[in-house]
Design a protein around this ligand. Structure first.
Ligand SMILES: Cc1ncc(COP(=O)(O)O)c(C=O)c1O
Length: 438
């Protein structure tokens, strides 16, 4: 961390420092998601609106973290706010079937053809947990393949091979780790070799079409097609985790653009309109294995939700979000995608060969190359980069220029960002470069 940046941050976040001491007393590590902690202490947010986060010391930050990338229209967009307020007057948890869930599902199923049947949960973690359970039920097999660096939430099944070195257990308290195998992203030959060792017990392969937490790395179409072909040939379910990518680049999923044919798709984030959500989508012939009216206990999977699943508030927020995005039309995605392209180019140029900025559409992450990295195709390449420098870079922007990336994580453009934000990002990057050279 650059000394001056640390000093500036401490001066401007005095109330946050005091409050975070309290938070540490009350909460594990002071946070409720490990990634939300950063050194020396995270600022405490008082409010958010549009493109800004405002902390308890009244500092304003232009936000590129955007609620874990769920806020594609920025914080509290007007339509969502209005309809959620209206919903509050009609109750926010009915605990019964609500019309709002039907409204949202109609929109999702039109835009995501694989979603012939939908089941809502309250988090993406649950959605991937249920997708995996359903796959095991359908195939009567146990092993699940995931990707090195793939993040699908904190589920006991999938909390494996996330951080380098991938073979080390991510957490104690996990059971059944032997039923998870892991593949190098974008390396079809090696992946197929690994898959063949477990072919007869493989229930599913679960993949993010853009590795998010693992480094903002898009999969090649050839890779995903190859994996899909292996699945289809061997009666293995192909699960695409589109919790980040769903409705991020177009009104629908990335798999449509890539002309893929997944069996199950998980969604979350954007489709909840900023409220808690996880969605399992699939073809009728597969989702029916969750039906209590078709199958007996031994042949069906219980796949949630829970007390808060499909609560009318989330459903209203999600439904309004999708309507608003749809009404904005292609212009929205054109704008966001062009901002992403411009920013990736600008950052690569400024750093002059010492970085690679990965991403697609409105998502981007700058990797500071080490002596042993020349290209970033998977999470192992990303892990070899200078991660400390990336944290220093993000922290510099927080401390000096009121620009917020969760340190180390990819940034996302939202509809509320403007060209001037890209210019400010460029300016802050220049300052960082000057300091680093000193
Ligand atoms: C690809 C992917 N899957 C699953 C999850 C888990 O979702 P949640 O945090 O809502 O449990 C995330 C969260 O970031 C994610 O990025």
């Amino acid at each position: 961390m650059i000394k001056n940046d640390l000093k500036s941050y401490k001066i401007k976040t005095k109330k946050s420092a005091e409050l975070f001491k309290k938070s540490k007393k009350l909460h594990v590590n002071g946070v409720h998601h490990n990634i939300r902690f950063f050194e020396p202490y995270p600022f405490i947010t008082k409010s958010s609106s549009g493109k800004f986060l405002i902390d308890v010391d009244s500092n304003k930050y232009v936000d590129y973290w955007m609620g874990h990338w769920s806020l594609i229209l920025g914080h509290s967009p007007k339509n969502v706010r209005t309809n959620v307020r209206m919903q509050l007057d009609n109750g926010w948890i009915h605990g019964t079937v609500s019309k709002n869930s039907i409204d949202l599902s109609e929109k999702i199923s039109k835009a995501v053809p694989v979603a012939e049947k939908i089941r809502y949960a309250s988090t993406g973690t649950e959605a991937t947990m249920y997708a995996v359970r359903l796959a095991r039920t359908i195939t009567k097999r146990k092993t699940i393949a995931k990707i090195d660096g793939g993040w699908h939430g904190y589920t006991t099944d999938l909390l494996k091979t996330i951080n380098w070195p991938f073979h080390k257990s991510e957490s104690s308290g996990l059971t059944d780790e032997k039923h998870i195998i892991s593949l190098p992203y974008n390396n079809l030959e090696k992946s197929v070799k690994i898959l063949k060792t477990k072919k007869n017990d493989l229930a599913a392969i679960i993949i993010e079409p853009v590795l998010g937490g693992g480094g903002c790395i898009p999969a090649t179409r050839e890779y995903l097609l190859g994996i899909q072909e292996f699945c289809h040939k061997n009666n293995i379910l192909f699960i695409l985790d589109e919790i980040v990518t769903g409705f991020r680049f177009r009104f629908g999923c990335l798999y449509n653009t890539m002309k893929l044919d997944p069996d199950l798709v998980t969604l979350g984030k954007i489709v909840g309109g900023g409220f808690p959500i996880g969605v399992i989508c699939g073809k009728n012939e597969l989702m029916k294995y969750a039906s209590t009216s078709i199958f007996s206990k031994t042949d069906r999977a219980y796949i949630g939700g829970g007390t808060f699943s499909a609560n009318p508030l989330t459903m209203m927020a999600g439904s309004t979000m999708l309507t608003t995005i749809k009404n904005k039309g292609n212009l929205l995605y054109k704008k966001l995608n062009s901002f992403g392209i411009e920013t990736r180019k600008m950052l690569d140029k400024k750093f002059g060969g010492s970085v690679i900025t990965t991403g697609i559409g409105s998502l981007f992450l700058t990797h500071f190359l080490s002596d042993s990295t020349y290209e970033i195709n998977n999470a192992a390449d990303a892990a070899k980069c200078n991660i400390k420098k990336l944290h220093d870079y993000h922290f510099h922007m927080i401390a000096k220029d009121g620009i917020f990336f969760l340190p180390g994580k990819l940034g996302a453009f939202s509809d509320v960002h403007t060209k001037s934000d890209i210019a400010n990002l460029a300016k802050s990057t220049d300052e960082f470069l000057t300091k680093f050279k000193k």
